[in-house]
Design a protein around this ligand. Structure first.
Ligand code: AMP
Length: 351
């Protein structure tokens, strides 16, 4: 049996496992937590990501090893011969190198560097280990950035978009339709596809040039700002991505299956849209299943994680939703609803 190893045992690993089981694959995950939710769909090796013995236990007998988060230590990825290779990790783990890579490929970004270069107000982000808006602050008057600080022009974007693509072992690339994303508190809440009037070719060209430059194999996502129809790249993620969870039901082949196909050297599947989708994240709390499943054409994915503020616990994808259904789902998943429930009140009716 073909075995896939995965550094990280969170929901992305779990969904890789769910996608790979019908292909006859078996899975092994490495995660420091014995509670890691991917442990329900494969073997779980509990250990630190920089522990050579744990990495060897993950890789032993595995046909390929991949990863599900971008802060995997580069040495760990090298030790297990991970696919995608370490170049994407090296370039992506440092926001300055990431932005410089964009620049070297001619991909437009917000101005970045020092506060003199960006002007004020600016967002100052930590170069390392920042994600979901963590480690960023708004700066309105000049101040020292510190060694780890990178300033970025504050972009007044019209909307946030993402492009997610896959590159096969033979260099073939395919792209899912551009998604339109809404974040709150730096955390993705809603993705809709297809994004109306999205600059699709421009987005695909950005993703393709990154994948080609990195000699990439697997799924890669790029988060973009749309400013009057012009795209600025914010960041890339060398992995399956939250803004493409809708592909499980909404595309010919999901991002999870295509990532597996790519890293195993198998033919890529169709990335065509089956139906317009709205994907809503369940963050911090899970509304009652009976209410989620009561929505027409709702596909519910719960990750089996304990409730905790700001934690991604699941998502729901609506296929071809009417505006009313989409709004009902957004309201069900909203923080306000969580607070009302906490007070023992019924969810606020819409309208
Ligand atoms: P990041 O940590 O880079 O993923 O940023 C998280 C979120 O902060 C993004 O999805 C945007 O909503 C916002 N953001 C990040 N960078 C900028 C920027 N330069 N200008 C305006 N908003 C930004």
């Amino acid at each position: 049996m073909t075995t896939v190893g995965c550094i990280g045992g969170g929901q992305l690993g779990r969904m890789l496992g769910v996608a790979g089981i019908p292909l006859g694959l078996s899975f092994r995950f490495l995660d420091p937590s014995p509670e890691a939710c991917a442990g329900r769909v494969g073997e779980l090796v509990v250990g630190d990501y920089d522990d050579p013995a744990a990495l060897d236990a993950l890789a032993r007998g595995a046909d390929v090893v991949t990863y599900e988060f971008e802060n995997v230590p580069v040495e760990a990825a090298v030790r297990v011969g991970a696919v995608p290779g370490p170049a994407a990790l090296e370039q992506g783990q440092d926001r300055l190198r990431e932005k410089e890579l964009f620049r070297s490929l001619g991909i437009p970004t917000a101005r970045f560097g020092s506060l003199e270069e960006t002007g004020l107000p600016a967002l100052v982000k930590s170069r390392r280990l920042g994600y979901d808006g963590k480690g960023q602050r708004l700066v309105e008057v000049p101040e020292p950035l510190g060694e780890d600080g990178l300033a970025e022009e504050l972009v007044r974007f019209d909307r946030e978009l993402s492009i997610v693509g896959v590159r096969g072992a033979d260099g073939e690339t395919r792209f899912w339709p551009v998604g339109e994303n809404v974040h709150r508190d730096g955390i993705l809440r809603v993705t809709r596809v297809p994004a109306a009037d999205a600059p699709k070719r421009e987005a695909e060209a950005i993703c393709a040039s990154l994948m080609d430059a990195l000699g990439y194999v697997g799924v890669l996502a790029v988060e973009l700002f749309d400013v009057g129809g012009r795209l600025l790249a914010n960041e890339f993620a060398p992995r399956v991505h939250n803004t493409a969870h809708w592909t499980i039901e909404g595309a010919g082949t999901s991002q999870f299956e295509n990532h597996l196909r790519a890293i195993l050297g198998l033919p890529l599947g169709s990335t065509e849209l089956r139906a317009p989708c709205a994907m809503v994240n369940l963050v911090g709390f899970v509304p009652p299943l009976v209410e989620l499943l009561g929505l027409p054409a709702a596909h519910v994915h719960l990750y089996g994680k304990d409730e905790r503020e700001g934690r991604k616990l699941g998502h729901v994808t609506l296929l071809d939703p009417g505006e009313e259904t989409a709004e009902t789902l957004v309201a069900l998943a909203s923080h306000e609803n969580e607070e009302r429930r906490g007070r023992g009140q019924a969810p606020r009716p819409r309208g």
